[in-house]
Design a protein around this ligand. Sequence first.
Ligand SMILES: [Zn+2]
Length: 269
Amino acid sequence: MKKKMPVMLTFDVDGESLWASRELDHLPVTRSLGTYGILEGLPRIMKTLEKNDVPATFFVPGIIAERYPEQIMSIDRAGHEICNHSYSHTYPDKLPSAAAEKEELTKTNEILERLTGKRPRGYRSPAWEFSENTLGILLDIGFDYSSNMMHTDRIGYLQVFDRKTDIVELPIHWVLDDAAFWLYTVRIPGKAIQPVSAVQEFWIAEFDALYEEFMEEDDSDLCFILTCHPQVIGRPARMKVLDNLIKHIKTFENIEFTTCWQTAQKYKK
Ligand SMILES: [Zn+2]
């Protein structure tokens, strides 16, 4: 029987920490864009996922879990996966030491486990970038998967330069990231806001092309991973794009909406 292509909807619940990592959170209005993600964006996402009856994976910085425990617990209660997105959302290469970076990850695992009773299995870097210490830290802590690399469209094992690991890698890409189209503030020069119809068309075209390749290959490891941010996709009209994309994907036979951890487990078997 033909296997099904995993479809992973992932959400980076950055809140205000997205702006802290850009050293802009001393500006109350810029910072409030992050708050919007938690107060407005997240409930809209939860509703859209529930309506379509699909699971998702949420990457949460520890500081946001401490600030908004109710909201983070509601993600868990709805049956979605919650994983590690650092503590403060500081870019790993800006942290002063390997110990500081490790502390960011261990602290967040503790906070998330306290809230949900579950050990976070995966890690996504706040900058989609590693420091020279990141890989060693992920191995030390014992993460099962990473969702950071852009070298492939396939599920595989994480490799950094020549160093191979048995951590499953679930690849991402800027073209399937809402921030690449819509993250905007006057403080970030050179970014324009794209029309919702353009982004919808873009993501559907990406899915269709990938699915076609998946169907042509025997035993394909191709996968579709969308990355969104509550403060970015969480606007009313943009939420329709997510809703329409899910509905579009659901019309294909050989797909399964799944969480990152489920996908990683399946791949390792
Ligand atoms: Zn982030």
